[in-house]
Design a protein around this ligand. Structure first.
Ligand SMILES: CC(C)(COP(=O)(O)OP(=O)(O)OC[C@H]1O[C@@H](n2cnc3c(N)ncnc32)[C@H](O)[C@@H]1OP(=O)(O)O)[C@@H](O)C(=O)NCCC(=O)NCCS
Length: 318
């Protein structure tokens, strides 16, 4: 193989979709994908831009792929984030590695993202629909050294965690705490729609537009009563909320949040355990979430979740 004959061209859905997805599954074995998911996450994203979705071709065979991301439309209260761009995915067929193909793909996209005004490029975590929340250095060591050689620096460590719920029940400690909170006037409740407006306002004020949007989507789909639990303070107002299935994967937990006014009292732990029990009652016997930091890790470990994958956030200033 002579790498000089490898052409870099724009992704062409009708010609390349099948081959790109097959190669994705060959190269990214810890993040398998279906055609439907590929379309949902990439093609149907309003920010999809064909200029930033490129394919490396050897004569007529797909041997590499890159998908870069730059907002063209404001995303809730984050807006356009015009100084940021993202590399959402990159892979090269095994037999074609170490011939500079990934570097050509990357430099091509970096240049275009820079021309569009970005000052920083981040790996993964392109809200709201990302595949990778950062670099998984245990499972993709080659990708890590590739990005480090190309000027990307790690700045944060975070975790994806999960747990089986087959035999889950509230711990004795949480049962006792729940009773004490309830005696004090708190209530842990499955969401009902009479709290819709109050919940949306609470989430926007305490946690930002993304949290509000996730709850709104559950309400629009008439799923909020199945997926959301709330905590009411003694004065009857909402002071906590746990959501799940924000991408319609019933096992995906989060986000969960407690009002700043009543944090670190273990209300969050009781709400978490009540939500886990509710999942079990519904026959959802496995839970996982995509990412949390060191504080969050301690919080979830205390109720039995284990780290599944460790991610590092990486970025490069242009
Ligand atoms: C995480 C959170 C729901 C916990 O609620 P809480 O009622 O304070 O929880 P508890 O009192 O039961 O437990 C406190 C634990 O939360 C964790 N925690 C504290 N601050 C946190 C934060 N900003 N982010 C994540 N976890 C945090 C810590 O493990 C802490 O225990 P520690 O005593 O070991 O430090 C609450 O801190 C919160 O709303 N944070 C902001 C939203 C968030 O990051 N949610 C988690 C990711 S979806």
């Amino acid at each position: 193989m002579n790498s000089h004959f490898i052409e870099i061209v724009k992704y062409d859905q009708r010609k390349m979709e099948r081959e790109v997805i097959n190669l994705w599954n060959e190269c990214c074995q810890f993040d398998l994908i279906t055609t439907e998911k590929f379309r949902q996450f990439i093609i149907f994203d309003e920010n999809f831009n064909n200029e930033l979705c490129l394919v490396a071709i050897d004569i007529d065979k797909v041997v590499g792929f890159i998908y870069g991301y730059k907002r063209q439309y404001p995303y809730l209260d984050k807006g356009l984030e015009s100084e940021k761009g993202w590399i959402a995915s990159i892979f090269v067929k095994k037999e074609y590695r170490h011939h500079g193909i990934a570097k050509r793909l990357l430099e091509n996209i970096e240049q275009k993202i820079k021309e569009k005004g970005a000052k920083t490029i981040i790996l993964g975590a392109n809200s709201p629909h990302y595949f990778f929340s950062g670099l998984d250095i245990d499972n993709y060591p080659e990708a890590t050294s590739f990005f480090e050689k190309n000027g990307y620096n790690s700045f944060e460590k975070h975790y994806s965690m999960g747990m089986n719920l087959h035999f889950f029940d509230l711990s004795e400690k949480s049962k006792e705490r729940k009773k004490n909170f309830e005696d004090f006037g708190f209530q842990f409740k499955v969401f009902d729609y009479s709290y819709s407006l109050e919940l949306l306002e609470f989430l926007k004020t305490e946690f930002g537009g993304g949290w509000k949007y996730n709850a709104l989507e559950a309400m629009r789909k008439s799923k909020a009563h199945e997926r959301i639990m709330i905590v009411l303070a003694p004065n009857g107002t909402i002071c906590g909320c746990a959501n799940r299935a924000i991408d319609d994967n019933e096992m995906r937990f989060g986000p969960i949040g407690i009002s700043k006014k009543v944090r670190n009292l273990r209300i969050g732990t009781v709400l978490l355990e009540c939500s886990m029990l509710e999942m079990r009652k519904r026959g959802i016997y496995r839970m996982f979430f995509m990412t949390t930091d060191e504080n969050g890790r301690r919080y979830y470990e205390r109720v039995g979740l284990k780290v599944i994958r460790t991610y590092y956030s990486y970025k490069k200033d242009l």
